[in-house]
Design a protein around this ligand. Structure first.
Ligand SMILES: Cc1cc2nc3c(=O)[nH]c(=O)nc-3n(C[C@H](O)[C@H](O)[C@H](O)COP(=O)(O)OP(=O)(O)OC[C@H]3O[C@@H](n4cnc5c(N)ncnc54)[C@H](O)[C@@H]3O)c2cc1C
Ligand code: FES
Length: 281
């Protein structure tokens, strides 16, 4: 973080990857213009940044890369409104502002020595991707026991990070279950079915486990009872919230739920913590 928490670091878009067939999701690889900013920017998977586009505004985006991927940051952006549309028409070489890292992170220390279940739906998979890359890094893999991933999207063309998913599929130190709601492709190699169904088939115990769950509210609503059925307690279920935000540092009051600021106390909360809050999220 810069000394002035409102001051973004200038960064260049080095590469743009169009992730989905509908072209609504693109991943931006950005590098800081100043080496000193690069060195100062240390983060932990689960955190986010405020990304600014000159003359358009600033938006919160989860960091999709892992700190083990050095020298750049990744952000995967869904085309939604003013700023994200603008990002989508930017070119490699263009400049954005990066303010952060902001917020808290997934509870990596608490998860050490545990099985980790990652459940993601749609484009909320971004910081989960960061977490998977982080855990699979040779320097970290021994810190965690089994890693199981359930990742679902509506149709095959909407999958993010296809090449990496295929690589993870081939590894024997991670168990990956990719699924789509529906497909008419007879050669589709993975599952067909909703995330809660695929979770129910593959996650049969909560013993010594944590579950990180990110996705659309409907997916979370039906996945939570599946996890609870196999014994996951509210403090073993971890979620990341996406509220509307402005300052990102707990000052403007835009993102609060009860007495918690999602930008500062979150965005990562356990279900036990969320159960204590008013149901405004
Ligand atoms: C912690 C955090 C992490 C996020 N990570 C990502 C990410 O990795 N990738 C990504 O694509 N998006 C992410 N988002 C959502 C992203 O910030 C919004 O899509 C973005 O702010 C929309 O800005 P806009 O100017 O393009 O849209 P606007 O013109 O402001 O609005 C367009 C539409 O988007 C809706 N919208 C605006 N802000 C939000 C918001 N914060 N959450 C949900 N809907 C919103 C509006 O209701 C409207 O329907 C994240 C949000 C948070 C809080
Ligand atoms: S965004 Fe300003 S307090 Fe959270």
């Amino acid at each position: 973080m810069s000394d002035n928490p409102y001051l973004p670091f200038p960064a260049r878009i080095q590469q743009i990857i169009t992730e989905t067939e509908d072209k609504n999701l693109k991943t931006f690889k950005v590098v800081f213009l100043n080496q000193a900013d690069q060195e100062r920017f240390t983060f932990i998977p689960g955190q986010f940044c405020e990304i600014s586009v000159a003359g358009k505004g600033e938006i919160p985006l989860g960091i999709a890369s892992s700190p083990t991927e050095r020298g750049y940051l990744l952000f995967t952006v869904n085309k939604a409104g003013v700023v994200t549309r603008c990002l989508h028409i930017m070119k490699e070489g263009d400049i954005v502002g990066v303010r952060g890292p902001l917020g808290n992170w997934y509870p990596w220390e608490r998860m050490e020595g545990k099985h980790v279940v990652i459940i993601g739906g749609g484009f909320a998979f971004t910081t989960l991707r960061a977490g998977i890359v982080y855990m699979l890094h040779p320097g970290n893999r021994d810190r965690f026991k089994d890693i199981t991933v359930v990742y679902g999207v509506r149709s095959p063309g909407l999958l993010l990070y296809r090449q990496e998913l295929a690589e993870w599929e081939r590894r024997d130190d991670i168990d990956v279950h990719i699924t789509v709601d529906a497909t008419d492709d007879p050669d589709w190699p993975y599952n067909v079915g909703f995330v809660p169904t695929i979770t129910e088939k593959n996650i049969t115990t909560s013993e010594n486990s944590y579950a990180l769950v990110c996705g659309p509210p409907i997916m979370i609503k039906f996945t939570q009872p599946v996890l609870e059925k196999v014994g996951f307690k509210p403090d073993q279920i971890i979620m990341s919230l996406e509220m509307r935000m402005k300052c990102g540092i707990g000052i403007c009051g835009r993102c609060n739920i009860g007495d918690k600021y999602v930008c500062k106390d979150g965005p990562v909360f356990s279900l036990a913590q969320l159960n204590e809050l008013p149901k405004e999220y």
